[in-house]
Every structure is written in C-alpha cells, then in structure tokens.
Design a protein around this ligand. Structure first.
Ligand code: ASP
Ligand code: CP
Length: 360
C-alpha cells in the first residue's frame, strides 16, 4: 500500500542521502535561524502524544513555532476523545485532516505506521513502543556530525536497556549504514539487543561485540550512548528492580575513557549517569537535546516541501495469520491489514518487525 504523502516511520525507509540532506539543512538553520523564521507560515503541525514526553514533544513544537507555523494536539490522550474509546484510525484521520503534518508517539509498536495508512497528511514517528525513534536518531546523527566531525569509523558503546530502548534500535540501524562503525553493546543478558537489529548491523557490513562490563568497554569508545532502563516496558516491577542500577556512569568510570570520547543519552536520565558527570566537558547530552530542535526544524520543512509518496505495506496478508507479538498494533487495532513480508516459512510483521515461523 503506497501513501500519497511522505512519512517518516523508520529512517531506513529513506536513503542515506536524504538523512545527510536533513543534517546539512539542520546545520544551516542552526547557523542562520532568522532566515527560516517564516518558512512554515500558515502551516499547522498536529502532535498526538499517547505517551509522556518532554524533549520530543517540545522540540517539535518549538521547531514549528520557530519556522513561523502553529501547533495543535494533545499530550495526554485522556483529555481527548481517546478516553471515550476512539480508535487510532479515527483520531488520526480527524487530526490529520486539520493539520499539514502530524507527529505521533504511542506506546504500541507499529502505531505510527498504522496511523500513516489512513492519515491525510505526512506522519512522523516520534516513538512507537520499544521499537523505533527515528527523530531521536536524527538528533544523535547531527550531534555526532557536529561534535565528532564524522559519522564513520567510530567505536560506539551502547549501554543499558538495549532490548526495550527504541533509541538504540534506530541508532544502530542508521549508524550501520555508514562505513566502518563498530558497536559495543553493553547490557545484561536479559536486556540484550534484539537479534534482528544485530542481523541488520551485520548485513550492512559493520561489526559488533557484546559485553556485560562497562569498565572494560569504555576505554575503547569514541562515543558512549547511555540509556535508561525502560520501566514502563517491563511486565512486572520485580523484573525492573532486578535490572535497575546495573550501570551507573560515574566520574571514576569517565577517567577510564579517551579524552575525546563523548557521552550521549536520549534522556530522560533516571540514575544511570551520576549528576557529577554533567560537569565533564565530554558529557554532551544537554547539548544533544538542543541539536534535536534544529534537526526537527529541518525535518518539518523537508516534509512540508516534499511531494514524495511512501510505500507503507509491500507484503501479503495470509489468511488466518496474526502477528505473535502482543505489543504489536495489529493486536490492538483489529481492522488493520495483517501484512507480512518474507518468503518460505519465515514471515516478518510489517508493523513491528517480529519474525514468525509458519508451520506446514
Ligand atoms: N526519551 C527516549 C524515548 O522516548 C528515551 C527514554 O525514554 O528513555 O525513547
Ligand atoms: N529523547 C526523548 O525522546 O525524550 P522525551 O521522551 O522526553 O521526548
């Protein structure tokens, strides 16, 4: 199914040249913001945040306001007619009809793609469950480009909740498209990076290793990407507390790192980076959040100017076959076509990337 609008559901739906164009435009806007102050005059951005957010929501909103546009939306679905039981399709259909671009964050995997299927304007994925967060990745790429001067040949440490952290999934998918990057995944066994992300890194020609030890990994890194243990994605508090506080970045650990290693974090921080680390000039997470506003300005502008179409579903609906992932949007919004790519006995859900083995 091809939509008549350009959407950003997964960065990898677009070529690397498109990402690079956004980064260059983001830099250009950062240097000359006043040149863009009226670029979106008369345009309206809708923001549907079904999940809490500070940075993504407010950086999108300020991005649009700084471009001369205006904003509508909700930051709590309980104050909208979602509380009366309205489904995702109807809410999206209505608000996209009021807007020129729609930004959506949702706790359910695949929700942004599902919204784009019937939206009447471009849709931007601002995070879908523990799956993807493409605009955080654009933020991270712009930070790396400006602060390290390159997106290639880097040793990238990813630490914390690699299983549920949508930021690290999107980041690995994107950074493995640039040559010679090496990933060191630092986590417990329970919160290890999903296999499908590791397969993508490998297929893209990059390398990775997995370790439990932050102390052992840190001296090798050009960039350390810390993440929060995603409490809201755990089935029980018991499982969460078993993982909490496994990794805490301290000034002592920073002493083991290279002089030019940078520390990024998508934020919010809970307690995985001690406050004292903030004073280290290598701690760039607050600056990173600001880069996010400029790259989102570039993204909004690009989406509003583009006449591109987007292929959203290219697979097949198999009679009686459902996605086995209970967190997939197709298991919450039953009207959605249950579309899978893949051949033979292995199918891949087009909304959540879950693998399914067909029995014959
Ligand atoms: N803010 C990021 C996200 O929404 C990371 C986090 O919440 O820990 O995915
Ligand atoms: N980085 C990020 O997505 O932050 P918020 O959850 O506060 O939007």
């Amino acid at each position: 199914m091809t939509s008549q609008f350009p959407h950003l559901i997964d960065l990898n739906d677009h070529p690397v040249t498109w990402w690079n164009g956004l980064l260059s435009l983001g830099q250009e806007i950062m240097q000359n913001p006043m040149l863009y102050a009226n670029s979106c005059r008369g345009k309206i951005m809708g923001t549907l945040f079904y999940e809490p957010s500070t940075r993504t929501q407010m950086s999108f909103q300020t991005a649009m306001l700084r471009l001369g546009g205006t904003i509508i939306g909700f930051d709590n679905p309980q104050t909208s007619s979602v509380a009366k039981g309205e489904n995702l399709k109807d809410t999206t259909k209505i608000v996209s009809g009021y807007s020129d671009v729609l930004v959506i964050r949702h706790p359910t995997v695949g929700a942004a793609k599902a919204a784009a299927l019937t939206a009447e304007c471009p849709v931007i994925n601002a995070g879908d469950g523990g799956h993807l967060h493409p605009t955080q990745t654009l933020t991270d790429l712009l930070t790396l480009k400006c602060e390290k001067g390159t997106l290639s040949g880097l040793t990238i440490g990813l630490c914390g909740d690699l299983l549920n952290g949508r930021t690290v999934h999107s980041l690995c998918k994107a950074m493995s498209c640039y040559p010679n990057n090496h990933f060191i995944m630092i986590s417990t066994k329970e919160l290890a990076m999903p296999h499908y992300i590791k397969s993508i890194i490998h297929a893209n020609g990059c390398t990775y290793e997995e370790t439990f030890s932050l102390e052992e990994a840190i001296p090798k890194l050009d960039m350390l990407y810390m993440t929060r243990i995603q409490r809201e994605r755990f089935a029980s508090d018991e499982e969460y507390f078993a993982q909490k506080d496994t990794y805490i970045l301290t000034p002592q650990k920073m002493k083991l790192a290279k002089k030019d290693m940078i520390v990024l974090h998508p934020l919010p921080r809970v307690d995985e980076i001690e406050i004292a680390v903030d004073d280290d000039p290598r701690a760039l997470y607050f600056k990173q959040a600001k880069y996010g506003m400029y790259v989102r300005m570039a993204l909004i502008l690009t989406m509003l100017q583009s006449t591109a179409t987007t292929e959203l579903l290219s697979g097949t609906v198999h009679k009686g076959v459902c996605c086995p992932n209970p967190k997939c949007i197709t298991n919450q919004e039953y009207y959605l076509p249950k579309s899978f790519t893949g051949t033979g006995t292995t199918l891949v859900c087009e909304y959540c990337d879950e693998r399914l083995l067909l029995e014959h």
